[in-house]
Ligand binder design. Sequence first.
Ligand SMILES: *Cc1c(COP(=O)(O)O)cnc(C)c1O
Length: 357
Amino acid sequence: MSIYIDPAVGASLRGFEVPEKLGFGTVMAPVMFRAVYQDGCWSRGELVPYAPLALDPAAKVLHYAQSCFEGMKAYRTEGGGIALFRPERNAVRMAHSAERLCMPPVPESLFMDGVRTVTAYCANLVPAASGESLYLRPFLIGTQADLSVSASTSYEYIVIASPSEAYHAGNMRLWVEREDARAAVGGTGDAKVGGNYAASLLSIARLKKRGYDQSLWLNPGNRKTVDELSGMNFFAVMDGELHTPALNGSILEGVTRDTLIDLARDLGYAVHERAIDIDDLLELVRSGTCNEAFACGTAAIISPISVFGDGDGQYELAQAPGPVAERLRAALLDIQEGRVDDRFGWMQSVEPVSLKD
Ligand SMILES: *Cc1c(COP(=O)(O)O)cnc(C)c1O
């Protein structure tokens, strides 16, 4: 299906001034993509000026949280081109998240039309310095105005974009969260949905008061093994080998996690996907066997962890950032920014649309 380009898009883009200070996910590109689902069919996608949504106050998303999203990046590559990193993985994951919330999955072709069209028209807004990117936020919401508890009959798929600086979380201090859970057994932990984030905010607010940055969530079933952070996956380095929690239904399958597993194995590291007992982990940190740990996700790529706090105990990592994290981060960024050959076939180039056309 062809994509409708609103005639006002050119003026929006030409009139847009990129602020000097970008931040991360703060400055919004002046255009967005949208498609509507109604009566069992998707409309054709359209690129329109960025604007507030007209939502009925009874829209299901506002009451029953029928909402899922993705986070991905377009990079400016060494030769000056623009490329997306493994976007098909985000398409598949968003379809999985949608199905979990009883929403119609966005067809992969429409998903890709959205991210590629926004990227192509915003090519000039993709910042050029290493680590900077155009952060893309595709999302899907239930829009039917009806307070009865049932799946919405209408939906909108929208893609917005944000020219962003490198996201530096710095060294992170993690709090082992033993009270709250961000996801339930059989719940939505393996889906990328806003509700999981809402459930994590109180924990983060509490631990900030204690001088920590992020919660380390335990498995909601056993409350003993490590799951992940609120929006990043978890890795620990023990005796030079990588350990990450195995996917168990309450962990979000990160594209960065998958990528780092492949990349680390390719660099010769052993990688173990397994259940990691939190008390064993803290003991291994204390003894020095675990000397490095990090979190990973699209936004920050890799953020080193400097300390785990648990009750009255503090468990400091010997190295933050450690050499394994630094090496993996450099190797991944080299691929994403086109400095080395894309041996894994992870990059998809996007042809910029010139506004004079
Ligand atoms: C998005 C997300 C991640 C990271 O996934 P990436 O695809 O690597 O960006 C990890 N955990 C949760 C809960 C997430 O929502």
